[in-house]
Design a binder for this molecule. Structure first.
Ligand code: ADP
Ligand code: MG
Length: 245
């Protein structure tokens, strides 16, 4: 009987329950579970393990270069934003509403840290996230375009709830490629969320994209439903260097 139930559970793709059936049955016996308690316990076991695996999978797929958390972020050092505002982000209503976030500021002020921490928390809340540097993203898009697979590439990207693009503006973009970026932003408009970090203010994006018209079209879509934050202050990387000088 036990083996038949296990086979049936596997046929229903309930692998966690199948693998741990004996243990769950034993627990039910020793706790005098009712029939309903037992079914409830088995289903909870299956669902919580599936969720754990899904989070592990999403975290791997997100390609975070490192794992950062908000708890590690020192809001006394970075005062352009406070913990209350960040806690509001971490409810992720802005992702549900397909809104964007743009973080601007000089190097070392915590832009990448905040996006990584937001991304990781989003994954733990069940959202699909992908992390790119602008340079990596453009390289992938150019390859996809050259191989005539750009449509497919966009489709794959749009499976994510949140696309993080770090370091827009550091390396100049050849004007001919601005159009590829525009297509991504245009497809995400009111459909997926984008989070961008940049060392450039919006009025410099024209120069970065080498084309004012494309930059204006990109900003038009990005900014329609978005929040922009300017982070100021000293570089956290140089914190100890400065105090040692
Ligand atoms: P940016 O992307 O703005 O150049 P980063 O987010 O990469 O800066 O920050 C540089 C380093 O300093 C990272 O290791 C990051 O974790 C750390 N850091 C930056 N700001 C803070 C902060 N306010 N509290 C704690 N660590 C910080
Ligand atoms: Mg950075």
């Amino acid at each position: 009987m036990l083996e038949r139930i296990k086979t049936n559970l596997r046929n229903l793709r309930c692998y966690h329950s199948a693998n741990e059936l004996e243990a769950v049955v034993e627990k039910a016996k020793s706790n005098d579970f009712s029939y309903l308690d037992f079914i409830d316990d088995l289903l909870q076991y299956e669902i919580s393990n599936r969720n754990k695996n899904r989070i592990k999978r999403y975290q791997k797929q997100a390609c975070f270069p490192s794992l950062k958390t908000i708890d590690e972020f020192d809001f006394r050092f970075q005062t352009s934003i406070n913990k209350r505002e960040i806690n509001e982000w971490l409810t992720f209503t802005w992702i549900d509403q397909r809104m964007n976030k743009i973080l601007m500021g000089p190097p070392g002020v915590g832009k990448t840290h905040l996006t990584l921490a937001t991304g990781l928390s989003a994954v733990h809340n069940g959202y699909k996230v992908i992390f790119y540097t602008m340079q990596n993203l453009m390289e992938e898009m150019i390859i996809a375009e050259t191989e005539k697979k750009f449509e497919q590439y966009l489709k794959k990207m749009l499976k994510n709830d949140l696309i993080i693009i770090d370091e827009l503006g550091y390396l100049p973009l050849q004007p001919v490629y601005g159009n590829l970026f525009f297509q991504l932003v245009n497809q995400c408009y009111e459909y997926r969320s984008i989070m961008i970090t940049s060392n450039k203010l919006f009025n410099e994006w024209g120069t970065f994209f080498g084309n004012q018209t494309i930059a204006a079209a990109i900003l038009d879509r990005l900014l329609h439903h978005s929040e922009s934050i300017i982070l100021n202050g000293d570089s956290y990387r140089l914190k100890n260097v400065n105090s040692n000088l």
